[in-house]
Design a protein around this ligand. Structure first.
Ligand code: NDP
Length: 313
């Protein structure tokens, strides 16, 4: 089995920043890109808050820049999903990763940068209409609903952003908020309220999604205060209720909290396994920003370098 110094799992801002630093430190990192090469930013249109892009940048273009930068220093970027991890609890030992349920690869340091994925409501009908009305990414799928009425569920910044994005394409957007207030920032809420074709339904939960063999036609909702049920005609249903860290493959090995966020030591990206570091949204439930992910990616690479140096690398 091929043995390496450093494997990076995930290709978002955390993974690529780790790759840039690890490659420059001559760790010859191998990166597995995972199911969504480029990570969550590839589902965003404009990124306005990443330092260095004075005029903003398209999410895909930014991830291409990061990939090119990581490859310039020798990172080997591979397609593939890590489907199993057998971590070694001995200092200096090799960790074994299974790629695409097939071949194995070993490394003395592993940088986890697997990010997080969108959450769904859990309704059976949500699965039924997945891709035929149900989506968790307005930027990816909104175009398919151009000229049609849609519903967005959620009360955070993502829901506010998705609703305002869709309002540019769709005649009417109904935003379902389960409480009588939104969690989104004031600025985002103001944008929602100022958009004429967004209707906010407060205290509203989704009961069911109905449709025919062509796809979704109706969203059935209930007002939690009055118990009144309403059928909203819509062909698109966009779920924007938060994210879940992509850490299932490490369950039972790495210490994590009840939501699945990997626990790292304070001021460090070290996990409870020697040589295994975690960066980005897989360990951060507070900031969840591209720039903070990049920062912890940098930390993880520097800590990998020091770990290997202490082993005589
Ligand atoms: P959040 O966790 O902030 O919000 C989730 C929202 O979904 C809440 O309003 C929550 O309601 C609601 N919700 C959760 N579960 C359900 C459910 N089962 N049914 C109905 N509603 C539900 O997630 P976001 O993805 O919005 O944001 C994550 C982070 O990313 C935040 O820190 C946010 O600020 C940031 N972000 C920043 C952006 C920007 O700056 N441009 C853009 C997008 C995100 P309740 O409030 O009742 O819990």
């Amino acid at each position: 089995m091929k043995k390496h110094d450093c494997i990076i799992i995930g290709s978002g801002p955390a993974g690529y920043t780790a790759a840039i630093y690890a490659a420059r430190a001559d760790l010859k990192p191998i990166m597995y890109m995972g199911l969504q090469p480029g990570g969550q930013l590839t589902t965003t249109t404009e990124v306005d808050n990443f330092p260095g892009y004075a005029a903003g940048v398209d999410g895909n273009a930014m991830m291409d820049d990061l990939k090119n930068q990581a490859e310039r220093f020798g990172t080997e970027v591979r397609f593939g999903l890590v489907t199993k991890a057998s971590l070694n609890s001995k200092k200096g030992g090799y960790h074994t990763l299974t790629i695409d349920e097939g071949h194995h690869i070993q490394a003395r340091t592993v940088i986890i940068a697997t990010g997080a994925s969108a959450k769904y409501l859990g309704l059976p009908s949500e699965q039924k209409f997945m891709g035929f009305g149900v989506s968790a990414c307005a930027v990816c799928d909104g175009f398919f609903y151009k000229g049609q009425d849609v519903v967005v569920v959620g009360g955070g910044d993502t829901a506010a952003e998705e609703a305002t994005y869709l309002a540019k394409l769709c005649p009417k957007v109904t935003l379902l908020v389960r409480r009588d207030e939104m969690r989104a920032s004031k600025a985002m809420q103001n944008r929602v309220m100022a958009t004429k074709n967004i209707e906010v339904l407060w205290d509203t939960e989704t009961l069911d999604l109905l449709g025919d063999d062509k796809g979704l036609t109706t969203v059935r909702v209930k007002n939690r205060k009055t118990s009144e049920t309403t059928d909203i005609p819509a062909t698109g249903f966009f779920v924007a209720i938060g994210h879940k860290p992509n850490t299932d493959i490490f369950k039972g090995q790495i210490d994590m909290d009840e939501a699945g966020y990997i626990k790292t030591q304070s001021d460090s990206t070290a996990t409870n396994y020697p040589g295994v570091f975690c960066s980005g949204d897989a360990q951060d439930k507070i900031y969840r920003q591209a720039v903070t992910a990049a920062g912890t990616g940098c930390m993880a690479a520097l800590e990998s370098e020091r770990y290997l140096a202490a082993l005589g690398h």
